[in-house]
Design a protein around this ligand. Structure first.
Ligand SMILES: Cc1cc2nc3c(=O)[nH]c(=O)nc-3n(C[C@H](O)[C@H](O)[C@H](O)COP(=O)(O)OP(=O)(O)OC[C@H]3O[C@@H](n4cnc5c(N)ncnc54)[C@H](O)[C@@H]3O)c2cc1C
Length: 301
């Protein structure tokens, strides 16, 4: 357990500033034991790739938080991988959020992705602050910094957060989080490398050198990714739609095209200087492995 005020020693943040790109994998806490068995098989499949870190999301509305904590703890204890625990402020008081941070520390998890979370009514519902809670993720970054002993990351939105006043304001929000102590950001899924590089440019123009890691989610199931993209405010661009829509009823063809598009996106991101790639695995290993192996065979990661 990290002592208060002590900087954790095992850190990947330096790697995000090194020339060689990092690669990391994201998982979600399953609802039941069967789902957790699948997750552990996936983690075992991906461990030999030696990811820079792996992250575990915090259930929507704070649900399933015990599983997030127990999974990250077990990753820290039983695997060679370095876990990052996500944490949101939705539906919880400050005291409850502080308690979760302390549970993470007690579990040996000192890397936290600090997020607001989506409103309890769903990603497009109006936000309601808990009567004794927080309104924005920056307050959680500040709390983690005050408690001490954590390394904190945040999220970022290449196409802007759906509620953002403007893209510029969204970039200002990100820089405010960096000023409050966030050391890196991971982006929402997106489909065009140019959206990612425009975000990086906006943040650099504000004088911040915060490493921004692109989040990658290949289209394996057209309906599912289209829904996730819409909910997160990412638009599926015409150049992607026109390649997927004609084959949308052929699952094998969609999967192959989705992997091809995601692999090309990764190539473009790395060529343009992205510090790493964060794969949103949806708790499965096969697609991530396929993309990873192609990029490795090209000596890109
Ligand atoms: C990589 C990644 C991982 C995620 N993991 C999870 C997870 O594990 N669990 C989960 O429930 N959700 C997760 N999410 C979803 C995320 O919680 C939602 O997208 C949420 O709506 C935004 O969170 P935030 O941390 O960016 O919030 P905030 O930074 O609070 O921003 C929310 C909105 O408020 C605006 N804003 C922020 N600060 C201010 C301010 N001071 N004044 C005025 N406006 C402001 C922003 O521009 C934005 O529009 C993840 C998202 C990403 C990209």
């Amino acid at each position: 357990m990290a002592l208060h005020g002590e900087t954790p020693t095992r850190s990947f943040v330096e790697a995000l500033r090194a020339p060689h790109p990092t690669y990391s994998f994201e998982f979600f806490p399953p609802k039941d034991d069967d789902g957790e068995a699948v997750l552990w098989r996936t983690l075992a499949d991906l461990e030999p790739l030696e990811p820079t870190f792996v992250s575990v999301t915090y259930g929507a509305g704070g649900a399933n938080q015990d599983r997030t904590i127990s999974i990250t703890e077990r990753i820290a204890r039983e695997t060679s991988m370095h876990p990052v625990g996500h944490l949101t402020v939705v539906g919880q008081s400050r005291a409850e959020i502080e308690h979760v941070l302390k549970q993470y520390a007690a579990a040996g998890v000192t890397d936290v992705l600090a997020l607001r979370g989506d409103p309890q009514g769903g990603p497009r519902a109006p936000w309601q602050t808990h009567p004794e809670g927080m309104t924005h993720a920056v307050e959680l970054v500040e709390l983690a910094a005050r408690i001490g002993g954590f390394r904190v990351g945040v999220d970022a939105f290449p196409e802007g957060h759906p509620d953002a006043a403007s893209l510029d304001h969204d970039a200002e929000v990100l820089v405010a989080k960096a000023d409050a102590g966030a050391e890196y950001a991971i982006t929402q899924l997106f489909f065009r490398a140019s959206d990612y590089f425009s975000l990086v440019d906006r943040v650099r123009a504000l004088g911040s050198d915060l490493p921004i890691v692109p989040g990658i989610m290949p289209i394996l199931n057209f309906g599912q990714v289209a829904r996730m993209a819409e909910l997160s405010g990412a638009a599926m661009p015409a150049e992607v739609l026109e390649q997927i829509e004609p084959i949308q009823d052929d699952k094998t063809a969609v999967r192959a095209k989705g992997i091809e598009l995601a692999t090309q996106l990764c190539r473009d991101l790395l060529a343009g200087g992205a510090p790493g790639l964060h794969f949103m695995t949806l708790n499965r290993s096969k697609a991530t492995r396929e993309i990873f192996e192609t990029l490795r065979s090209e000596s890109l990661i």
